[in-house]
Ligand binder design. Structure first.
Ligand code: ADP
Ligand code: MG
Length: 527
């Protein structure tokens, strides 16, 4: 299935930038298919499974086609439920972040109609509504359809299942004839097709079809987990299994950055790859990776496609992918060359529906596992450790150590006490950072921080907030974790937590702040 970069879709810079802020790396298949047809003025029937980005597939072209200078209602989107109406409105608001004249309003039952009427009076170009409430507004004359150019039936299958057919037809009958009608749905039915025959004009039927792909023979499991728990779950699974190399997939660049930072703070040798990184940064990550300095590589689908990664023991779908095919590509990274591999998928909220589709598509059963408790993690780790102890007793020469133990026993300690104490020391030792935190010497920073010199300052019109923003964008470090910043005429200093210092210097040196190329060095201690 072809997938396009957003910049190949002929969309305005405003939307391109908004999409970049949302962290989308490339258009999903239904977006790649639908956007050009909608922009060309065609009626469209778009069929693709849940979670494949259908909202932006119509949201983006609608924003392109609505006239921001005209305050009249120009686009109407019908959704089956109030939750969906709110979600779609949210997504379109994010997409229109840089189009400040565009007003978007969800209208649904359950909210006082007076409030909606007041909001509508201010001039709204795009409404997203449930059929009943939209009808209600039409009857009251508070929604005027005379200038509507675009009409969307979103989640058409659900709307029909919920018995909205008459309401939908009521709304459609009142629309100007000269309009574009778009219909999106996860499934197709005779009912839907009869509706489209009646109300669409020579529609383009776009369906995301998948090529047959074979799923590798690996163990596939999933966990139902709250979004906030995903990081903790990942940590537990990494701790239990101690994989040499894991590949973790996120759906957006943003999420890759965030996850990498969190994993590093937790002491994992983790790094990330995505399309916003410069070639230099990517090369650096890949070289670390080849040298075995990374245990956990976090990537977007696009970034992972470009790299040759062998020996992956486990693939984690931190997010359920936006396309079934991605799932197969992702998990195909493990279990290569006859080795056994594992694939873990984290499912939160509605992602469960996408997982069902994936199982149907791949014709495999993905087994549900329960989230291991902290106690489980400890038990499993202890067992693994004791296995190792047994192995050492059986296979290695311990003469020297036995001698030391015997000496301790002369001091009246029992061997049981000794073993217990050693076990405690070893098992409670903090997870060592596999790559010892680079030593930057004394940089004159506050305790726990490293102070860096940057060769940009006031002369380049750079302020502390520009530095914070640039660091946040590139490394994912939040302003609260960044320490003291001093900006001088020609240079600046910034303090970063020790744990993130290596990462910081490797990402920030050679990067740009407000277009100025930046050189970063550990600071010299102030005299
Ligand atoms: P659908 O309507 O097909 O079920 P949605 O439009 O609700 O799917 O999108 C599902 C999720 O995928 C949303 O969180 C959305 O922000 C995200 N998404 C949409 N397009 C992309 C993209 N191109 N890249 C990454 N994530 C995307
Ligand atoms: Mg949808």
């Amino acid at each position: 299935m072809k997938k396009l970069k957003f910049k190949d879709l002929n969309i305005s810079t405003e939307i391109e930038n908004a999409v970049a802020d949302m962290g989308f790396e490339e258009a999903t298949p239904i977006q790649s298919l639908a956007i050009p047809h909608i922009l060309a003025g065609k009626d469209v029937i778009g069929q693709a499974q849940t979670g494949t980005g259908k909202t932006a597939a119509f949201g983006i072209p609608i924003l392109e086609m609505v006239d921001p200078g005209d305050r009249n209602l120009q686009a109407v989107i019908l959704c089956p439920t109030r939750e969906l109406a709110i979600q779609v409105a949210e997504e379109i608001r994010k997409l229109s972040k840089y189009m400040d004249k565009i007003k978007v309003l969800p209208v649904y039952g359950g909210q006082p109609i007076e409030r909606q009427i007041k909001a509508l009076k201010k001039g709204v170009q795009i409404i997203i509504g449930t059929p009943g409430r939209v009808m209600d507004h039409m009857r009251r004359g508070t929604l005027r359809m005379g200038n509507v150019k675009l009409m969307v039936l979103d989640e058409a299958d659900e709307m029909l299942d919920m018995g909205f057919r008459d309401d939908i037809e009521f709304v459609l009958r009142d629309m100007p004839r000269e309009r574009q009608t778009l219909l999106f749905s996860a499934t197709m039915s005779r009912d839907i097709l009869s509706l489209t025959r009646k109300y669409q004009n020579d529609p383009e039927f776009l369906k995301v079809v998948h090529q047959e792909l074979t799923v590798p023979e690996i163990q596939q499991v999933y966990f139902e987990v709250r979004e906030k728990m995903k990081l903790e779950l990942l940590s537990r699974l990494l701790d239990i299994n101690n994989f040499d190399l894991s590949l973790v997939f996120c759906n957006t660049k943003r999420r890759v950055d965030k996850l990498v930072t969190h994993l590093q703070i937790r002491g994992y040798a983790a790094d990330g790859l995505h399309g916003d990184m410069t070639q230099n940064q990517r090369d650096r990550v890949m070289s670390k990776f080849r040298k075995g300095k990374i245990d956990v590589l976090v990537a977007t689908d696009v970034a992972a496609r470009g790299i040759d990664v062998e020996n992956v023991e486990a693939v984690f779908n931190f997010d359920v992918p936006n396309d079934d095919e991605y799932y197969v590509h992702r998990i195909g990274r493990t279990g290569r060359a006859g080795k056994k591999g594992m694939a873990f998928t984290f499912v939160s909220g509605k992602e469960i529906y996408q997982l069902r589709d994936i199982q149907k598509y791949t014709k495999t059963k993905i087994e549900q596992h329960q989230i291991p408790s902290i106690k489980d993690v400890e038990e499993i780790k202890t067992n693994k450790f004791l296995e190792n102890v047994k192995h050492v007793i059986n296979a290695e020469n311990l003469e020297k150590q036995i001698h030391i133990v015997e000496k301790m026993m002369e001091e009246d300690y029992s061997s049981v006490e000794l073993a217990a104490a050693l076990l405690k020391i070893v098992m409670t030792r903090k997870k060592e950072t596999p790559e010892p935190a680079a030593d930057f010497g004394d940089t004159g920073a506050s305790p726990g921080m490293v102070r860096f010199f940057m060769n940009v300052g006031r002369k380049q019109r750079i302020k502390a907030k520009d530095i914070i923003r640039a660091i946040g964008d590139s490394t994912g470090l939040s302003s609260s974790t960044i320490g003291k910043i001093d900006v001088f005429d020609k240079f600046s200093f910034v303090e970063v937590p020790e744990a993130s210092a290596s990462e910081f210097i490797s990402i920030m040196s050679g990067s740009r702040i407000k277009g100025k190329s930046v050189n970063v060095e550990p600071a010299n201690k102030r005299k």
